[in-house]
Design a protein. Structure first.
Lengths: 235, 219
């Protein structure tokens, strides 16, 4: 019996699987600087909204999402050289060692996991091999782009997975830091929907030569977090 | 070629049960027997344990290089980091395997957690669970995934058992029942009493050596 429908298909189930915080990428251990900020400022719900919103508009959208889009396109064109170039470009833009390292760890583990159930995609195999041989870093947004392409998830929806996953990881951190209550967290995710959508649509087709990020305040926060002696989160 | 898989021992247990101190006792004994060890320490809210072991075992005693003691933050989810989603720990293990192929063993300390802690078999080949007598002699009888499923149960702080009214014989009897005769070792990690038995289990059941590495070299 075929379980197919014109409105839903396997790729939609894959989309849910990849965007689920249960998917093993270690993102639950990152706060993206929120832990450092919570040490110096009493945060409220609206602060968390603005924090994530700024991150999406100034960092995750124009750099991570754009890199994911380029990685996806490289896979469609079967162009490994272009894919490795995207990998290197994004890696070189990560200013903070801890965030660079966490992203590489998450991305390489994502590739390993997906490779256990996707066996017929040469670009996935070649990229993973390049990571293993030290010719690529496996940085998370690029790995997610490759994995999403391998699972026939559309490029735009792959972008949504990235931005939604980032949002949930910061909300999760805020809950565990005691900044938010569980209803507040869901309300913020709901209110961020237009920001997430716009960030994806504005950036997913951005060329590799025009990716950018600019959030010096957030970079300084991440640096401060790196130097904290007592912390729950990797970043 | 993929790097060789280095044997891994996971050590879990509640906060304050003596995980770090057990490692501080195990490593010198393993080192004296010729084994090269690395330590990954998962901490819930700091890297204090990793820093302490780095200072004690690496800097002060010179038993291993400082960069072979690695602290991992777990986002407040110590059991997730070693069971449901061990991605970050696996990534650190793989990095060690690719950089330091001379290692004989990797010890992975979980963050302090509750009695349901277990290690993913993808992360650890052998699981040591440590509790102490201060919870009372009912502790093994109350079961829990960690106590029941671990390969070796270690019961620590036996020196203070009389002061907290814990009967070690009851603990031994109940552990045997709930663990279906899998081994249990009683130790005092502060003095090192009983720790040689833990090391013997590691050498025999994880490293599969009938004789310690150092004695084989001599012979």
């Amino acid at each position: 019996m075929m379980y197919m429908n014109i409105e839903i298909g396997n790729e939609d189930v894959s989309l849910l699987q990849m965007s689920d915080s249960f998917f093993p990428t270690g993102l639950y251990a990152t706060s993206s600087g929120l832990e450092a900020l919570s040490q110096v400022k009493k945060l409220k719900s609206k602060d968390i909204f603005h924090y994530i919103s700024t991150y999406l508009k100034q960092v995750v959208g124009p750099s991570d999402c754009a890199a994911l889009g380029n990685a996806y396109e490289s896979c469609m064109k079967k162009d490994l050289t272009a894919l490795l170039n995207v990998d290197q470009s994004l890696y070189s833009m990560r200013l903070i060692e801890a965030t660079r390292s966490a992203s590489v760890r998450s991305g390489s583990q994502l590739l390993k996991c997906v490779s256990t159930f996707v066996k017929d995609k040469k670009m996935l195999k070649d990229y993973q091999k390049a990571v293993r041989n030290g010719n690529a870093t496996g940085i998370y947004p690029v790995s997610l782009g490759v994995a999403s392409w391998s699972l026939d998830i559309s490029k735009n929806k792959a972008g949504l997975i990235l931005l939604y996953g980032f949002t949930v990881s910061v909300i999760g951190a805020a809950l565990r830091l005691g900044i938010l209550q569980h209803y507040d967290g869901q309300k913020i995710i709901h209110e961020l929907r237009p920001v997430i959508l716009k960030s994806v649509l504005d950036n997913i087709d951005r060329s590799i030569s025009s990716i950018w990020q600019f959030a010096p305040g957030l970079d300084i926060l991440q640096m401060k977090h790196e130097a904290m002696s007592s912390k729950m989160f990797i970043t | 070629m993929a790097p060789l898989r280095i044997p891994r021992v996971g050590i879990g247990g509640p906060v304050g049960s003596g995980k770090t101190m057990l490692i501080e006792q195990i490593v010198p004994l393993l080192s004296a027997n010729g084994y090269k060890v690395s330590i990954i320490s998962n901490d819930v809210i700091s890297k204090e344990d990793a820093e302490r072991m780095k200072q004690n075992l690496a800097t002060d005693q010179g038993l291993l290089p400082e960069d072979l003691v690695i602290g991992v933050a777990t986002g407040g989810c110590p059991h997730t980091a070693v069971r449901e989603d061990p991605s970050i720990n696996l990534s650190v293990v793989e990095e060690l395997e690719s950089k330091y192929d001379f290692l004989d063993l990797i010890l992975i300390e979980s963050g302090g957690d509750n009695i349901t802690t277990t290690f993913s078999p993808a992360l650890a080949d052998y699981f040591i669970y440590i509790i102490d007598v201060t919870g009372g002699d009912k502790y093994p009888r109350k079961r829990g995934l960690g106590i029941e499923n671990c390969d070796l149960l270690v019961i620590n702080k036996i020196d203070i058992a009389p002061y907290v009214g814990a009967d070690l014989k009851i603990m031994e009897r109940d552990a045997k029942i709930v663990r279906r005769n899998k081994p249990t070792v009683f130790v005092n990690s502060k003095t090192g009493r009983g720790v040689d038995a833990v090391v013997s289990f590691i050498i025999k059941d994880v490293l599969f050596d009938t004789l310690p590495k150092a004695s084989k070299k001599v012979n």
